[in-house]
Design a protein around this ligand. Structure first.
Ligand code: RB5
Length: 150
């Protein structure tokens, strides 16, 4: 993975806290800087609070990329995609992770911590970070929904 990758903001709820910690270590081992937006334990919290923290930081371009995890990934996807210029992609398979970058220029990767194991999560993160956006016809498609009033 590219060590010059811009820093990544990462957040989860309690359900995916164990996987978040493992993904954090994986990123750090690859030399990628991270900011951990929480949560910091398996004590029950509201996923929305952490989705808002990460998605707002990506929306304002404080961070170029973010990773969100909750039990299924569904709640985090719903929250994150409310923010302007956020394209959050729930990817629990490698093909989706690749396509979410090539065709959709996803800027937040969402993972379901209760659905996938550590090794698959690392492969999803690696694929997502290493795959460039193809641009071209796909840019025009993104522009159309980026213009929808919030
Ligand atoms: C928490 O129990 C669970 O609802 C949450 O992690 C997530 O799956 C929501 O979409």
């Amino acid at each position: 993975m590219n060590k010059s990758q811009s820093p990544i903001i990462i957040g989860s709820d309690h359900a995916a806290y164990p996987l978040k910690e493992k993904v954090k270590l994986f990123l750090l081992e690859q030399g990628i800087k991270i900011q951990d937006a929480g949560t910091h334990s398996e004590e029950s919290v509201d996923y929305s609070d952490f989705g808002i923290k990460v998605a707002s930081a990506v929306s304002t371009q404080e961070f170029q990329r973010g990773i969100l995890l909750c039990g299924t990934g569904l709640g985090m996807s719903m929250v994150a995609n409310r923010f302007p210029h956020v394209r959050a992609a729930l990817c629990n398979d490698v093909f989706s992770a690749k396509m979410s970058r090539e065709h959709n220029d996803a800027n937040i990767l969402v993972l379901g911590g209760r659905l996938i194991g550590d090794i698959l999560a690392f492969e999803l993160v690696r694929t997502w970070l290493d795959t460039p956006f193809e641009g071209g016809r796909h840019q025009g498609r993104l522009d159309k929904f980026d213009k929808i009033p919030q």
